[in-house]
Design a protein around this ligand. Structure first.
Ligand SMILES: [Zn+2]
Length: 259
């Protein structure tokens, strides 16, 4: 059963060789590795070039939590230079989750500038954008709409349903992470979206606290845990794994233009 992890940070995984081996053995066919800053873009490029199995597809971008206007030009230049290696622009977006960011206008404006610049680049280079929207669901959607982005992925969507409805009506995708096993917000959003607008991912190496509580049990995700996302989805929606997987693979191939 071939499966695609549509969102992993391979450059952040400590024992990457082992994780790739595990993924291959479990039947992970492809992984899309997403980048968070210029150094991360370069590292993921090397990983893509060096890996044999699973297939590695590459997304370059600047994560909102790493938004740095001083590095924006270098990031844009790198993306232009490596266009032929790229499958997507990401991870980009906005994150005003923490109070210290919410109170810092300068920081928020830097995030907005980086986000818009990289969305514009995605449009120009005809690459699908992978968008981080934590605590900024409405603004991210409005920005995408205002800029006339045809199709985007709202990665790990766990925001309000009225924004989700607008996202789906506009033809975009969301993705589900292993958090759909326990997070009420993730379960509500992914439960609401039709399967043909959902992709699955691990966001490796995120640590998932399965109970949701600070001291609860959990696991450090690697790409093979994409099967956890698949199983949790099928339990949530009461669908068959093989059928769901077929749709998820089709969605990923279409959105990311995979071969
Ligand atoms: Zn991520």
């Amino acid at each position: 059963m071939n499966i695609i992890d549509t969102h992993a940070h391979l450059d952040h995984i400590e024992n990457l060789n082992q994780a790739l081996k595990n993924a291959d053995q479990e039947g992970v066919e492809s992984i899309i590795t997403v980048s968070t800053d210029v150094a991360s873009c370069r590292k993921n490029l090397d990983i893509k070039r060096g890996a044999k199995k699973p297939n590695i597809y590459l997304a370059m971008g600047m994560h909102p939590s790493d938004a740095d206007l001083d590095d924006l030009d270098a990031c844009v230049e790198l993306i232009r230079n490596e266009r032929s290696e790229l499958t997507a622009i990401g991870e980009i977006g906005l994150d005003f989750w923490y109070k210290w960011v919410r109170k810092d206008q300068e920081k928020k404006n830097a995030q907005r500038k980086v986000f818009r610049a990289l969305l514009e680049l995605a449009q120009e280079l005809d690459l699908p954008p992978v968008i981080h929207t934590r605590g900024t669901w409405r603004e991210c959607f409005e920005t995408v709409k205002e800029m006339g982005i045809k199709q985007a992925e709202f990665h790990w969507y766990s925001g309000p349903l009225d924004v989700l409805k607008n996202i789906l009506d506009a033809g975009h995708y969301i993705s589900a992470s292993p958090s759909i096993a326990y997070s009420p917000e993730s379960r509500e959003a992914v439960g609401y979206a039709p399967i043909d607008r959902v992709m699955i991912e691990t966001d490796s190496p995120v640590f998932y606290r399965m109970g949701g509580q600070e001291d609860g049990e959990g696991f450090l995700a690697e790409p093979k845990d994409i099967f956890r996302t698949l199983r949790a989805y099928c339990a949530l929606k009461d669908v068959q794994e093989a059928q769901a997987l077929e749709v998820f693979n089709r969605n990923a191939r279409e959105f990311f233009h995979l071969d």
